[in-house]
Ligand binder design. Structure first.
Ligand code: PRP
Ligand code: MG
Length: 209
């Protein structure tokens, strides 16, 4: 068996992913979501697990630094990485949305400004509608932007809707459904096909149980 390297997204969805991994029967020593360690091996050394920033997971997989990645669809879409997406883990469910103040309008002739952590996703979305936008790239708390007048709208993830509600904002347009996905490096899919398929099958079984 060839060893496979799996890149996991740090942060919010890590807990459910780790739980699912445990259900597959693979044992990684010291693995828990609060650990500061970034690299783990399973008992028989057939799997290496690395923890990376969510948006970097698709990059690790595209470049072959990891064979497999487990990461949110939001980051896969933003990265535009050339990888295979083979499984929906049905966790971390939320959606992309355009949101803003309830009655906000944009005077004609003025460019539409969108604040977001996801500039590529935002640009693609409005491009499809033939609308040009000016992106204000932020790294968090994007809900502040329409309130403060930094942007007309935001493109962001909505899960419970609490952040929007508590800041007096509403969804103007629902976009793509998001959840945690499994992605595979294109070369690894051919060269480590058996190992990759086996891992996917283990996850499928764990998801059913
Ligand atoms: C995420 C996202 C939304 C919020 C959605 O932010 O960017 O703001 O969660 O969840 P909700 O609909 O359940 O409120 P996060 O908490 O990750 O913080 P950040 O945007 O500041 O990074
Ligand atoms: Mg946020």
């Amino acid at each position: 068996m060839e060893r496979i390297t799996i890149a996991l997204a740090k942060g919010r969805p890590a807990k459910s992913t780790i739980e699912l991994l445990k259900k597959t029967g693979s044992r990684f020593q010291d693995l828990h979501e609060d650990s500061r360690k970034l690299l783990f091996y399973n008992e028989d050394n057939t799997m290496k697990l690395i923890f990376v920033k969510a948006l970097d997971v698709p990059t690790y997989v595209e470049k072959g630094a990891a064979d497999i990645g487990i990461v949110g669809k939001d980051n896969i879409m933003e990265s535009e990485a050339d990888v295979y997406e083979l499984l929906d883990l049905q966790i971390g469910k939320c959606m992309f949305a355009v949101a803003g103040k309830p009655n906000h309008t944009v005077p004609s002739g003025k460019p539409l400004t969108i604040a977001t952590k996801y500039p590529n996703v935002a640009r693609r979305h409005f491009q499809k509608k033939g609308q040009e936008i000016e992106v204000v790239k932020l790294n968090g708390s994007v809900e502040l932007a329409p309130i403060i007048g930094l942007a007309d709208y935001i493109v962001d993830i909505v899960e419970t809707g609490n952040t929007l509600r508590e800041n007096g904002l509403v969804v103007h347009e629902e976009m793509d459904a998001i959840s945690t996905r499994l992605i595979v490096n294109k070369a690894s899919f051919a060269t480590k096909s058996k190992e990759v398929q086996q891992f996917i099958q283990q996850l499928r079984t764990a998801m059913e149980g």
